[in-house]
Design a protein around this ligand. Structure first.
Ligand code: ADP
Length: 224
């Protein structure tokens, strides 16, 4: 695969829920390997739906979605496992577990895969928490963290798998501007490390200075 090869490709994709709500109307776009792309648009525009389709959490009603050369409509079990392992997601309904500390929250996702030795688990979790600036909070309980720190914890959980693609659904939604910009800086750092990233935001004013590609959604269609 060359750097120009799209790692994410939507071809005339529509998504309706319950046969009535048209969340996406025949949208097409592609994202190259290593790109950082922002997805902007009002609440209900279809941003989460795009991210859920990429992650394989929802299926397109019509059209084709190709992720890393895999057509999600014709996916085998092995390919589904590949997608799960290589797409990291930071969703709004993040289920932080408040009965365990920060380290164990991040570790849980690795334990579930059963793929890593204890040493590798510790190495990966420590690395992820360092990367998001939570190295000094490893033993803290999530309820002791600020909103921005909780969002960092969610990002650490997503990157601990070292995903090829990182999706973040409104990671700045509940943060003040200063903390929101710090979170966006984190995504820029992962982008520099070569990860393909899509970050959605309804507050377009946050995205202005980034000089990155912005896809604007309006009622399930791209604007302009
Ligand atoms: P955004 O992330 O931009 O706020 P969404 O993708 O969440 O937008 O929603 C797009 C449209 O699809 C909205 O009208 C929303 O109410 C609807 N929708 C999203 N998820 C579901 C669902 N699981 N069932 C029914 N309707 C849904």
């Amino acid at each position: 695969m060359t750097p120009e090869t799209p790692i994410i490709q939507f071809d005339q994709v529509a998504k309706s829920y319950n046969s009535t709500i048209n969340a996406l109307n025949n949208i097409s776009f592609s994202i190259s390997k290593g790109e950082l792309v922002f997805l902007a648009g009002h609440s209900g525009a279809g941003k989460s739906t795009i991210l859920k389709l990429i992650a394989g959490i929802e299926l397109a009603t019509t059209g084709n979605i190709i992720i890393n050369g895999i057509n999600l409509a014709k996916i085998s079990q092995n390919q589904r496992t590949f997608i799960r392992q290589h797409v990291g997601i930071v969703f709004q309904d993040h289920k932080i577990l408040y009965d365990r500390n920060v380290f164990d929250n991040v570790r849980l996702g690795l334990d579930i895969t059963g793929l890593y030795s204890k040493e590798e688990t510790i190495e990966r979790v420590t690395h992820a928490l360092n990367a998001v600036g939570l190295a000094d909070k490893i033993k803290s309980r999530p309820q002791e963290l600020s909103g921005g720190e909780q969002q960092r914890l969610c990002i650490a959980r997503a990157v601990v798998h070292k995903p090829k693609i990182l999706l973040a659904d409104e990671p700045t939604a509940n943060l003040d501007r200063e903390n929101a910009l710090k979170i966006l800086e984190l995504f820029k750092a992962f982008h520099k490390a070569g990860v393909t990233i899509i970050v959605s935001a309804h507050d377009e004013s946050l995205l202005g200075d980034y000089g990155k590609r912005i896809l604007y959604l309006n009622n399930g269609q791209f604007r302009g």
